[in-house]
Design a protein around this ligand. Structure first.
Ligand code: FAD
Length: 351
């Protein structure tokens, strides 16, 4: 095999999606992973692909919107090349409207969605829910957006891995790997990478935020996801519903703990359909959060052959197709569509 032209460090959703896009454009790729593909924050159970609200629009919201719209084609293509299914589907998201202000905002968002979401999805106010999938609302009303979708994150990583292998990617699993060549490199190394980068640059440019999630036994396939009290409730395939996540800036260890138990109890009380559901699986991971909370995408400030793809934070899975596209545009076509506020140089320039 000829020496691959681009080396990607990290086989999470960012590294694998970027590899997929680069391979599609005809370049060869080696992926180096120190643990195993999907080991980091990407290999979990939740998989909400939920939009920012259609108001106070900005570059990040537009970027996320474009990425969410790409998801359907993206996962179809991944499946057709690699034969594995990420279990992507789009049934929208319901959330209770808590007070008069929320009702008014929901009406404004209905109008905004028409222009900002370009007729590709809508935002509505509902006055009743399917009785098999109810949650309480103090006003009796709910918002419902048709843009929100979902997938199974672990299966999404498996599907991407299968597709990139089918396209000829070289995969190297080596905990002690050290770069041996002058290849163009993409560092998609998640939370660990943010810590290393902060050390290299002698400035904190991001850190981790722990999250815990669980899978409960219940068949609500084809029902919309729910979002209540900051918790996502996502019907998955195989008779299960994912719930999550905690958001923890400090932690004693990286495993699940009583914070997740409390969240499960809370959701069982809020959502009657889940009240008797058994816990099938629990999971925790460390989200990579760049300072400023935007993704961190662009050339390394000091290393000319290195490109950083990091900072997915809470929406990294939703952002991955668009991150892959702009990374391949930049590295292969010399086209720069990277929002300035996402770049490492911008992050270094702010206090
Ligand atoms: C509980 C929880 C729930 C979440 N829910 C959602 C959700 O519903 N929707 C959503 O969009 N996002 C969600 N996220 C966020 C999302 O998972 C992350 O934004 C995304 O996974 C980040 O992907 P990544 O590829 O950048 O990092 P990671 O998945 O962490 O991958 C980094 C990889 O790099 C490897 N690595 C590290 N150092 C090196 C090195 N030196 N060389 C080679 N490899 C290295 C690691 O082993 C790891 O496999 C959630 C996160 C958590 C924790």
């Amino acid at each position: 095999m000829a020496t691959p032209e681009i080396t990607i460090y990290g086989a999470g959703i960012f590294g694998l999606s970027i590899a997929f896009e680069i391979l599609k454009r005809g370049q060869t790729v080696e992926i180096i992973e120190i643990n195993k593909p999907g080991f980091g924050s990407s290999g979990g159970v939740l998989g909400a692909l939920a939009p920012h609200t259609p108001d106070n629009w900005n570059e990040k919201k537009q970027f996320q919107f474009e990425s969410l719209i790409k998801q359907d084609n993206f996962w179809n293509e991944v499946k057709s090349i690699g034969g594995k299914d990420a279990q992507y589907c789009r049934f929208g998201r319901i959330s209770p409207l808590l007070d008069e202000r929320a009702i008014q905002l929901s009406a404004e968002r209905t109008a905004n969605a028409k222009s900002l979401w370009k007729g590709l999805a809508s935002w509505e106010t509902l006055d009743k829910l399917d009785k098999n999938w109810e949650i309480p609302s103090p006003t009796g009303l709910y918002s419902f957006d048709t843009l929100s979708a979902q997938l199974n994150p672990k299966k999404a990583c498996d599907a991407l891995l299968s597709a990139v292998k089918a396209m000829g990617a070289k995969i190297t699993i080596d905990p002690k790997y050290e770069s041996k060549n002058d290849n163009l490199e993409v560092w998609a190394t998640g939370y660990y990478g943010l810590q290393k980068l902060s050390g290299d640059l002698e400035k904190s440019i991001g850190d981790g935020v722990k999250g815990q999630a669980a899978l409960l036994a219940l068949d609500r396939k084809n029902y919309p996801q729910l979002f209540v009290d900051g918790i996502h409730i996502i019907p998955q395939e195989n008779n299960s519903v994912a719930i999550g996540s905690t958001s923890e800036i400090t932690w004693q260890h990286e495993n699940t703990d009583e914070k997740l138990d409390r969240m499960i109890e809370k959701i069982k009380k809020i959502c009657p359909a889940l009240s008797n559901s058994n816990v099938i699986n629990v999971w925790s991971g460390i989200r990579p959060r760049a300072k400023g909370r935007s993704p961190l995408i662009g050339p390394h400030p000091n290393k000319k052959n290195v490109f950083i793809a990091n900072g997915g934070f809470k929406i990294g899975i939703g952002l991955a197709p668009k991150i892959a596209e702009i990374t391949a545009d930049f590295l292969l076509e010399n086209i720069n569509h990277i929002p300035k506020k996402f770049t490492p140089n911008y992050l270094l320039s702010i206090k």
